[in-house]
Design a protein around this ligand. Structure first.
Ligand code: NDP
Length: 376
């Protein structure tokens, strides 16, 4: 007997179980790598609404968020987003599947899906409030999914969606940049050698911007190869001092956080609409530690007061950037990839049997692009 969805042989089950189970890496509690558990007994996420698309996962990739979520980061807010009516109940999110990127093939579509049909090769970034892509199947709404670039393998394609949706949301929605206005704008990217950085460099160069990157000395070749115009080694001396000698910037995309914002504000062009956008925000840490209401209010107050302080004292905008699911944005990225303007940067690949090793790789830090998992 074979399951008609995943085509896996099922030797022991009754026909009613044949279409119901898939393999996945799950967690049943928050913790360190030991909580990751492989199972073949996870219910297949079938189509539940007319706008959903069910995808057979060929490759997934990991992001720092996966390591954080494994440890419980963002649990309260994600729980609320997942199921607003049972947020007070214990452990309702388990078993939880991590993994935010997917490249795969559509196997089923809801009745109102218009852009996809079974057999289409697609890619997507799975929102953190949904079951992730470290599984045989994932189900998303049509709006979150996009046709995969034709030139990329599934492994390569899986390295892009989450960092692309993050970079586009941060640079466009918070940073005010787009294809039509970025030409010759001066952009500083801190943490340029990681997933978001390596993608953002290429996107901004495709849009005609001038890109300065901070990274370790041994990543200079990588970021220059992706198009960075100027590179500053943050490990050699006072980085603020070096950046202050350069012309001022229109946008800073901060993927490092910490004390970066203390000197970054002074690097922006004053009173000209320049924007500092950080991806390292306290929102989820606040809701985890203070609860949903107090944490959200506290984060809102922090953002508001920093925004006011910076516009008044420096004449620059202070903003937080967040990942946002956006299939149509990935369509645009797909065109840039197929035009050869954006390359995947896959640093490491792991088979599905070695998901814990992939997490260990990510936890070591010093990413040079992305870590991808071959699922099928
Ligand atoms: P990665 O782990 O892929 O990359 C981080 C990179 O930063 C590494 O290459 C690291 O290399 C480099 N780095 C570390 N310290 C510094 C420093 N002081 N100066 C310059 N470079 C440094 O992370 P991502 O690119 O995926 O994400 C970047 C940040 O954005 C993370 O904190 C992530 O959590 C956050 N993020 C937030 C999102 C949101 O919705 N708000 C969404 C996505 C990401 P090395 O240590 O060798 O220098």
């Amino acid at each position: 007997l074979r399951c008609s969805v995943c085509f896996r042989r099922n030797l022991s089950s009754s026909p009613s179980r044949l279409q119901s189970c898939m393999s996945a890496w799950v967690i049943d509690q928050y913790g360190t790598n030991g909580v990751l558990r492989y199972t073949e007994e996870v219910t297949i996420p079938t189509i539940n609404s007319a706008s959903e698309v069910m995808i057979k996962v060929y490759a997934a990739s990991l992001n720092p968020l996966d390591v954080s979520m494994r440890g419980g980061y963002g649990a309260k807010l994600m729980k609320l987003r997942r199921d607003p009516f049972s947020v007070m109940s214990a452990d309702n999110e388990f078993p939880l599947i991590l993994g935010r990127d997917v490249s795969g093939v559509v196997v089923d579509c809801g009745s109102e899906v218009t852009h996809f049909t079974p057999g289409d090769e697609v890619w997507a970034a799975v929102p953190p409030w949904k079951q992730g892509s470290l599984a045989e199947f994932v189900t998303l709404t049509e709006y979150e999914v996009s046709h995969k670039p034709k030139l990329l393998s599934h492994i390569e394609a899986a390295s892009i969606p989450y960092v692309a949706n993050t970079a586009l949301s941060a640079l466009v929605n918070a940073g005010g940049l787009c294809r039509d206005n970025a030409s010759n704008k001066r952009v500083l990217i801190t943490g340029g050698s990681g997933g978001v950085g390596t993608f953002s460099i290429q996107l901004l160069k495709a849009w005609g911007a001038h890109v300065t990157v901070t990274c370790s000395q041994n990543a200079e070749g990588l970021v220059r190869g992706l198009g960075a115009d100027e590179v500053v080694d943050y490990t050699a001396g006072d980085i603020a001092e070096k950046l202050e000698t350069m012309d001022k910037f229109d946008v800073v995309l901060d993927g490092v956080g910490g004390d970066t914002e203390e000197y970054a504000m002074g690097l922006l062009k004053p009173w000209s609409g320049a924007k500092y956008v950080t991806l390292v925000t306290p929102l989820l840490l606040n809701t985890d530690s203070m609860g949903l209401l107090d944490g959200t209010l506290h984060a809102g107050f922090t953002l508001h007061s920093k925004a006011i302080q910076n516009i008044l004292s420096n004449g620059v905008f202070y903003r937080w950037g967040f990942y946002a699911p956006d299939g149509p944005a990935l369509d645009e990225v797909s065109r840039l990839v197929d035009a050869g303007k954006i390359l995947p940067v896959v640093e490491a690949q792991f088979p599905f049997t070695q998901v814990p090793q992939a997490f260990q790789k990510l936890e070591q830090g010093h990413a040079r692009g992305k870590t991808v998992v071959r699922v099928t």
